[in-house]
Every structure is written in structure tokens, then in C-alpha cells.
Design a protein around this ligand. Structure first.
Ligand SMILES: [Zn+2]
Length: 154
């Protein structure tokens, strides 16, 4: 657990807002924000259910919303996400060499942090109580949708 700077708390809150919207839409409550030099390039949320998509996780939706960007922009950006990234999302961050990921929580799910760190990415886990609560409700009320999210079956 690390103490986030005030700006980290602000940008993580944008991701949490997205997660709340996703839950209200009937989806998976995971949100993300992509921030370049303190400027929000995009926010996004898991929209697999909403868009009948196989790949719209919180982070990938956010990065897709930002559109095509020069490599140098990714390399000076921070990705905020409410939940520790899966390999698909971690792979996207690693591909574009996004140097830092701020993770809301990793109690509910964690597979990629060691892999990201081994590639030189900085991963800071905030352990935010609301992020934990969002996923606890997800796991309790929509467990099969969550398992589908991570490529598993009930
Ligand atoms: Zn993912």
C-alpha cells in the first residue's frame, strides 16, 4: 500500500466514477483514466456487457477512447484503474510502454503486477475501500459475468 499524491486520488476518482456508471448500466464495475502530464486524455469503463464486446475492459476501453496517440504520449502517461489489470490490459500498457499504473485495489484480482514490474513499469496499489466494495458487490451479485470477464466459466 502506498500513499497516493493528491493528484493520484483525483484521477483514481475519475476511474471510480466510471466503474459506478458501469455497474448502473448492468456491467462490470471497473473504470480507468489515462492521464498525460496531468491532463486527462480519456476515461473508460468495462463495457463488455453493454457492447457485447470481448475486449472492452476498463483499461482497454479507456485507451480506445483516447484514440491513436504518438508513442511519446503513452510513454509520459499514467494509467489509473480501479482493479489490478488482467494480462490483456497489462499487455496493452506494456506494448505502449505506459510507465506507471495506479491500481485502486488488487484484493479481488491480481495476475499481472509482477510481470509489469519485471518489464520496468511502476505499479502503485492504493488499496482503495470503494474499489474493493465495488468488486465485492460484483462477485456477490454477478459472479458469472465476472468469471466471463477473466476467461473462466462458472
Ligand atoms: Zn483487463
Amino acid at each position: 500500500m502506498s500513499n497516493p499524491a493528491p493528484s493520484d486520488a483525483h484521477f483514481l476518482e475519475l476511474a471510480i466514477e466510471q466503474a459506478r456508471i458501469g455497474w448502473e448500466e448492468g456491467g462490470v464495475p471497473i473504470g480507468a483514466a489515462l492521464v498525460h502530464n496531468g491532463e486527462v486524455l480519456a476515461v473508460g469503463r468495462n463495457r463488455r456487457v453493454q457492447m457485447n464486446s470481448a475486449i472492452r475492459h476498463g483499461e482497454t476501453d479507456c485507451i480506445e477512447q483516447a484514440g491513436r496517440l504518438p508513442a511519446s504520449v503513452y510513454r509520459n502517461s499514467v494509467l489509473y484503474t480501479t482493479l489490478s489489470p488482467c494480462y490483456m490490459c497489462a499487455g496493452t500498457a506494456r506494448l505502449y510502454e505506459i510507465p506507471r499504473i495506479v491500481v485502486g485495489e488488487n484484493r479481488s484480482f491480481e495476475v499481472s503486477e509482477g510481470w509489469l514490474r519485471s518489464a520496468g513499469l511502476q505499479v502503485d496499489v492504493v488499496d482503495d475501500a470503494e474499489c474493493v466494495a465495488l468488486m465485492e458487490r460484483m462477485l456477490a451479485e454477478r459472479p458469472s459475468v465476472w468469471l466471463e470477464d477473466i476467461g473462466e466459466e462458472a
